[in-house]
Design a protein around this ligand. Structure first.
Ligand code: GLU
Length: 340
């Protein structure tokens, strides 16, 4: 008779907190093949239940935060997500946080968290392009991979990450580039943080700029962050949109400029007037890639403008909001765009 084998000690799974905010990943359509759907219908428990085996990756605790399409994301919800993320990560038993989120503004929430959460533990945002009820819904595998990433021992110290379509992106680098395709997220400047295939993970790189624990930017108190508006440049642009933003109380402006952050003479004149009145003016680009450099086609030193470096307009807006809550000094604000 063979002796019973000693039981192997149970492997303790990492604990991952999942914060649910809505989005297409929790969306339902009717009929199943139809194009119309409603975001944020399914509970986080239902989403986790649709990813068989996810419970073997981590010990999960799910928290409902919001049920919104991310087009409705707001500073109030950002703050709520940031506060809950920080609280979870501050608990020694929590290894990482996953945030389920609509894809429309995922890059903005990811970058906001990347600047204000102070922890070296992983934070992973995840969404889906197809509703939970769609044929070949991409949500369950994305969620499975996101939990695997947040539970991975080497996922920390990389800033906030976005997982979708078997790819791991850095918050600062990622952008949504397509209205419907599952491969919508791209990191065009310097590539991926890593790849993840059915929970098998390969990390490639490290963030190039300050983030999370290395960031001095904070969101504190209940006073809203200074208002920053984005104005989109185009051929034949007039001064009206810039003037309207200033008149309605913007403390900062991001111009989604043509090419290297350019705008025509009428817009430059309006932006210069705004800058002279103490409004921070950041030149970003509508091209979707590349560095906006100082003093190339525009004399930023004379005009009092700030160059966004590589940040797209929507991320430049977030950095400027946080920056303006610390300083209104143009040179100091410019330094933030080189640091973050
Ligand atoms: N507008 C929705 C959202 O951002 C759809 C995009 C998605 O989640 O894929 O929540």
């Amino acid at each position: 008779m063979s002796r019973p084998r000693p039981k192997s000690p149970e492997r303790k799974l990492p604990r991952v907190t999942v914060l649910a905010t809505g989005g297409t990943i929790a969306g339902a359509q009717s009929p199943r093949s139809g194009r119309s759907y409603t975001s944020g219908v399914f509970s986080i428990e239902a989403l986790l239940g649709a990813a068989p085996g996810i419970e073997s990756l981590a010990e999960l605790e799910a928290v409902h935060v919001a049920s919104i399409g991310s087009q409705d994301m707001s500073e109030a919800v950002w703050r709520d997500i940031a506060r809950r993320t920080q609280a979870a990560l501050d608990r020694p038993e929590v290894s990482g946080v996953v945030v389920t989120h609509g894809t429309d503004t995922m890059e903005e929430t990811a970058y906001f968290l990347n600047l204000v959460v102070k922890s070296s533990k992983p934070v992973v945002l995840v969404g889906a392009m197809r509703p939970a009820t769609a044929i070949s819904a991409d949500g369950p595998m994305n969620l499975y991979n996101a939990v695997a990433t947040a539970a991975h021992p080497e996922a920390g110290c990389r800033g906030v990450l976005v997982v979708a379509n078997d790819e791991i992106h850095f918050a600062r680098e990622v952008a949504k580039t397509n209205t419907t395709q599952v491969g919508t997220f791209k990191s065009t400047h310097r590539g991926l943080a890593g790849l993840v295939s059915a929970a098998r993970i390969h990390f490639y790189g490290w963030p190039v700029r300050r983030h999370t624990s290395g960031s001095d930017l904070v969101v504190s108190g209940s006073r809203p962050l200074p208002r920053v508006d984005i104005v989109y440049a185009h051929a034949g642009m007039g001064p009206e949109a810039i003037r309207a933003a200033v008149r309605s109380g913007a403390r900062g402006l991001v111009v989604a400029g043509v090419g290297n952050g350019n705008m025509n003479a009428a817009a430059v004149a309006a932006a210069r007037t705004a800058a002279r009145a103490g409004i921070a003016v950041v030149r970003s680009s509508r091209t979707g890639g590349g560095v906006v450099e100082r003093n190339v086609e525009m004399d930023d030193d004379r005009l009092g403008f700030i160059a966004s470096d590589e940040l797209n307009p929507q991320k430049a807006r977030i950095l400027l909001m946080l920056g303006l809550s610390q300083t209104r000094d143009v040179a100091a604000l410019q330094e933030l765009f080189y640091a973050y």
